[in-house]
Design a protein around this ligand. Sequence first.
Ligand SMILES: *Cc1c(COP(=O)(O)O)cnc(C)c1O
Length: 400
Amino acid sequence: MVTVASQFTGSFTQQEALPAGAVDAAVAVLQTGRLHRYNLTEDEIGEVSALESEYRDWQGCGFCLAVTSGGQAMQIALRACGVSAGDPVLTNAFTLAPVPGAIAAVGGKPVLVEITEDLRLDFDDLEQKIEASGARVLLLSHMRGHLCDMDRLVQICDARKVLVIEDCAHTMGASWNGRRSGNFGKMACFSTQTYKHMNSGEGGLLTTDDAALAARATILSGSYMQYERHGAGPDAEAFAAARLDMPNCSARMDALRAAILRPQLAVLDQSITRWNERYQIVERGLRGAPGITPITRPIQEQPVGSSIQFRVPDFTDAQCQTLLAESAARGVDLKWFGGQDPSGFTSAHGSWRYVTPQNLPRTDAVLATLFDMRLPLTFSTEDCALVASILGNVAETVAA
Ligand SMILES: *Cc1c(COP(=O)(O)O)cnc(C)c1O
């Protein structure tokens, strides 16, 4: 089946245009001039509240709050869960900068937990670090869409009274054993930033089943005491304690972004199918390529294949660099997590200088030979086959 591939010319960072319905909805909002979420007429629901209730229903959770970014969702969730200055917060050693950034923003101290070769949280290290740090909160990042054994994770954290906040920036729409990612922890944070599963430029969604946490989060987001005008928030009584205790951190979503997200939510299931179709083509193409070890996906996991990762465990640094350069020369834009400096969204814990340096030999060993590639929906299935075949070719020459 070896076809000699030539050159790929697609862009790994080009998103699809927004659906026509989103463009119409945006224009309609702009024509009213009422962009602030609380700038509503008497009995108008508003785009933001409508998005919140639609997302709550789609996600299958109790409450939903729309905010300005995934990072803000995480900061608000941490504060709502009681994290304050100086508190240790557990998180994955392999994640992207907004995660330790959110912990740092609330004055918390990230305690980094090792990952496995399959990019999931290492439970032995988690247990040790819960013990050693005394942390009461885990901000679990489902990095690049790889869900750890969620049943086991919940057991471990429940037994030790560690509260779990899920970072679902890469798992909007993914499931573990048929249950949606985001519905395992106390709170979940989603991003609608351009490179995620729905695109409003910037944006975030926070979900929970806990009315008190939802109330605290709503006040934190800056509700100007207008919380009764939310689409998927708790009843007014839930706000009794939170309304004067929580600071206003002004992180509300506006009507324009909500308006363009609603039509995307309506087709999110189709988008997920299309991502997975592309993922499978690339994954199949890479299987058996010399030197390349794909990341194993447990059968309990129903992922969203919006990006793909693979390891080249036997490659040296020099070979990794050649793989990167040769792929780039043929139009295939890989990211290497083993690089010295963070570039193009790769992120190694050593480059977060605001975090106390931590010794993570297993994570470092995995990252040293880990590659990452986006799979935007603007790629056709033929594009995906070509990309996989170029990568196979390049790997073959590098491995030789
Ligand atoms: C993108 C991302 C977020 C949230 O990012 P925002 O840009 O703040 O919306 C959180 N976690 C991970 C792993 C991400 O990649």
